[in-house]
Design a protein around this ligand. Structure first.
Ligand SMILES: Cc1ncc(C[n+]2csc(CCOP(=O)(O)OP(=O)(O)O)c2C)c(N)n1
Ligand SMILES: [Mg+2]
Length: 790
């Protein structure tokens, strides 16, 4: 809605609105052209070297052309942040090109190396992208958590709170609403009373394979309303509304309302003739309808019948501008997939590409002369200067940083290791955070913890007792007020530094994504630490991958883990997670055995997640108390712990045998080492704190042609010596060490489902107790001897 001009000059106001509408419609037309052309030239004009279709989504882009043009070129303000429907990337790039933020060169290299990305990417496309998207549903979900993070920062005054908040906007495909993560997020958002959230659903009634079920959207609006959202439905454009207002127009509205999605889509594709045939058959008895049919030729009838509000710039602008408060709002915008293109409405159009003939006639209809395909205003009826002036005034073009780069927060030189004879890494973690909670430094003020209903059982209790739970409102701890004794103090307030989530690991990782982007997104760094049970990483794995793909920075503490969680049994046991730690890009993983190692590593992690080229960090911890060393860690040992491995028992030069262990099986490895020392006096015991770091460094060193850390460590043994590896996870976690050095390796570990038991029984059954290590050592020694002979 345009603001009233001084003096209430209604006519001028109307004229200005009409001018703006004309400009936006012209630019929408251009964005549609550019997105279509970008895909066309990538597929048809760029020489193919591999025989692969390049792809790109012309139909999906066309479907959101009006909505996105309205948002990017008029509605959005600099502080708003957007997750764009992944397959609308070409249209997104086109709009950024019109705004002068995207180069022609990148558009020409759409989907080629170094060019504009297939799906909007924060890290590859740069500052223009707020949230990466690609895995449908996750981009929608993350906006909700970003809204929560924005509130967290504003309520704590970590960012200015006297400027208006940004709206977190998701442009969602309708089929994205089949993804469960959206509903998990909705529920969580409702609990946290999220604000300033817009989800714009491109309701084109088509997914990839098919036309979406009619029944789905009969319920969607009620569902959003149930969660406190405002629902704005943009159904019919102005042409259709005018037709409905004519005699018998109501019949036409009822006919369209009742028209099944698949028939509507098919008729969109068939065009005027198809509409006429059906309307004649069903509504010919109404004179008003007959008049409408007579007045329209096929082309204009097609235009009328496809005049949905999601393609009607005036309706779209009115709907967006009418929302001025912070209530979460869902816009259900009726659109047509492929609108304005020859395959509009065709159910197979998702990956469809216009062929060269279709493209030639589209180019002609767009009035774009040959050779002027990339010109920003070619073929538009309005003067270039006017278009240029308009674009320069677009709110989003205002020179304010889209991406912030706040400096790192200082991390203390040392974090004290918790004391105690027997400690588990999980308890050590809880105690380290507990003492951090008492620290009055800037760092502690930026730590934010979160957990999906396992806060207490992952040992965050001490931290939460001190730092409190975050809530928009002050809420007393009822149990405390009622004097019910409990170790947990769960007072809630805007000052709280723990965000408690319901049990949904996908939400945990989406929240970590949003928290981990607080610095670049809102200008204030947070140091997020999320806890969960190790096996349930898999439950949120795509969201974790999604968070890391966009370079969000956080610490994940996963505990308990492995079969070491013993009585908890097979359903809770984790096996392959250390391999995720090794293989997952953007994530460094550690599995320390001792409390002092964890203290060194947590300190390092707080720095790592703030480093420009750093990564997020995953700790795999355990509830098993093990005897501690009572040692002091000097700089060299600290460096080795961070590097991934050190000799807990140094081997004699040229030793015949060593054991390498990782994590909670340290006592078994130590016991086996002591038992074997009688027969093999030079035996070494290698403590591996990070198979991931060790593996990565091994590859990097190989590429440089230098000896790797693993190789240097193992070179203390004689070439061909025996090495037993043992871990409470899949044996492949460590078995690669057999390639890093000339050893005869025997890998122990767990490679099938666990069961309830105690540690001695389970370690025996799964072959990772000290007897198993001793047996494996004997076999490895025999093999090693054999390999020397031959
Ligand atoms: C998690 C996930 N599963 C599958 C896909 C493959 N995929 C890409 S788009 C799409 C259909 C999307 O339909 P909709 O959201 O309605 O988008 P539109 O109709 O606007 O193209 C599918 C299944 C994906 N990108 N992500
Ligand atoms: Mg769709």
């Amino acid at each position: 809605m345009l603001r009233a001009l001084p003096g209430g000059r209604a006519q001028e106001q109307e004229e200005a609105a009409a001018d703006k509408l004309a400009l936006l419609m012209a630019l929408e037309k251009k964005a549609l052209w550019l997105s279509t052309w970008m895909i066309h030239q990538a597929n048809h004009l760029r020489p193919s070297r591999d025989g692969l279709k390049v792809g790109g989504h012309q139909a999906s882009s066309a479907s959101v052309a009006t909505l996105m043009t309205a948002l990017y070129l008029d509605v959005m303000r600099p502080q708003d942040r957007v997750a764009v429907k992944p397959h609308a990337a070409p249209l997104f790039h086109a709009l950024q090109y019109l705004l002068g933020n995207q180069s022609r060169d990148k558009l020409e290299r759409f989907r080629a190396l170094g060019g504009a990305q297939a799906y909007p990417s924060r890290s590859k496309d740069g500052d223009i992208v707020d949230f990466s998207t690609g895995s449908v549903g996750l981009g929608v979900g993350v906006t909700l958590f970003a809204a929560l993070v924005q509130d967290y920062l504003r309520l704590k005054r970590l960012v200015p709170s006297d400027t208006p908040p940004g709206r977190m906007i998701a442009l969602a495909g309708d089929a994205e609403l089949d993804e469960g993560n959206i509903f998990e997020a909705l529920l969580e958002g409702w609990k946290h009373d999220v604000r300033n959230l817009w989800w714009v659903i491109d309701y084109n009634r088509q997914s990839l394979d098919a036309v979406v079920s009619d029944r789905l959207f009969g319920r969607i609006d009620a569902l959003f309303e149930m969660f406190g959202w405002r629902v704005v439905t943009l159904k019919y454009g102005r042409l259709l509304q005018t037709a409905f207002a004519r005699p018998d127009g109501e019949q036409l509205r009822e006919w369209i309302d009742a028209c099944p999605n698949s028939l509507y889509s098919a008729l969109v594709y068939k065009g005027g003739e198809g509409w006429r045939e059906h309307l004649r058959r069903d509504l010919n008895r109404y004179p008003g309808i007959r008049a409408i049919l007579d007045e329209h030729d096929d082309e204009s009838l097609g235009r009328l019948m496809t005049n949905l509000a999601g393609h009607d710039m005036g309706s779209v602008l009115d709907a967006f501008h009418a929302v001025t408060d912070d209530q979460p709002t869902c816009f259900i915008a009726y659109t047509i997939k492929g609108y304005g293109l020859p395959f509009a409405g065709h159910k197979d159009n998702h990956a469809g590409l216009m062929n060269p003939q279709q493209m030639a006639s589209f180019q002609q209809s767009m009035g774009v002369p040959a050779g002027a395909e990339w010109e920003r205003f070619a073929g538009l009826d309005l003067p270039s200067e006017e278009l240029e002036a308009f674009l320069a005034e677009v709110p989003l073009a205002a020179k304010s940083a889209r991406r912030h780069r706040p400096p790192p927060l200082a991390v203390p030189a040392e974090i004290a290791a918790p004391r105690g004879r027997n400690l588990s890494t999980q308890e050590a973690f809880g105690r380290i955070l507990g003492s951090l909670a008492t620290a009055e430094n800037a760092l502690a003020g930026r730590v934010v913890t979160t957990s999906p209903d396992v806060t207490v059982s992952t040992n965050l209790g001490a931290w939460v007792n001190r730092r409190g739970i975050f809530d928009r409102a002050e809420r007393a701890d009822t149990f405390r007020e009622e004097k019910v004794v409990s170790a947990q103090r769960w007072g809630m307030s805007p000052q709280g530094q723990h965000i408690e989530l319901g049990i949904a690991e996908s939400n945990l990782f989406l929240l970590l994504a949003a928290l981990g982007l607080a610095g670049p997104m809102f200008g204030a760094r947070l140091l997020p630490i999320g806890t969960l049970y190790d096996p349930f990483i898999k439950r949120g794995l795509d969201a974790l991958n999604y968070a890391l793909y966009q370079d969000a920075r956080f610490i994940v503490v996963a505990t308990p883990s492995g079969i070491t969680l013993a009585p908890e049994g097979g359903a809770h046991q984790s096996v392959l997670e250390p391999l995720i730690g090794i293989a997952q890009p953007g994530l460094v993983s550690f599995e320390p055995a001792y409390a002092d190692e964890l203290a060194v590593l947590l300190r390092w992690a707080l720095e790592e997640i703030q480093r420009e080229e750093g990564e997020s960090v995953y700790f795999r911890l355990s509830t098993r108390p093990i005897e501690q060393h009572g040692r002091t860690i000097d700089a060299a040992l600290g460096e080795a712990i961070v590097g991934g491995a050190y000799w807990l028992r140094e081997p004699a030069p040229g030793a015949e045998l060593a054991i390498a262990y990782c994590g909670a099986v340290a006592p078994e490895a130590l016991a086996a080492c002591e038992a074997l020392r009688e027969d093999v006096p030079g035996i070494g015991l290698l403590a591996v704190t990070s198979p991931d770091r060790l593996h990565a460094e091994w590859r990097a060193a190989l590429a440089r042609g230098e000896p790797s850390r693993a190789e240097r460590l193992l070179s203390a043994l004689r070439p061909g010596a025996a090495l037993v590896t043992v871990c409470d996870s899949h044996p492949a976690t460590l078995s690669w060490l057999g390639s890093a050095a000339p050893v005869s390796l025997m890998p122990l570990g767990v490679d099938h489902f666990g069961q309830s038991g105690d540690i001695p029984d389970l370690y025996r059954v799964y072959g990772i107790d000290s007897d198993a290590i001793i047996d494996a050592a004997a076999r490895a020694l025999l093999r090693a001897a054999g390999s020397v002979r031959h």
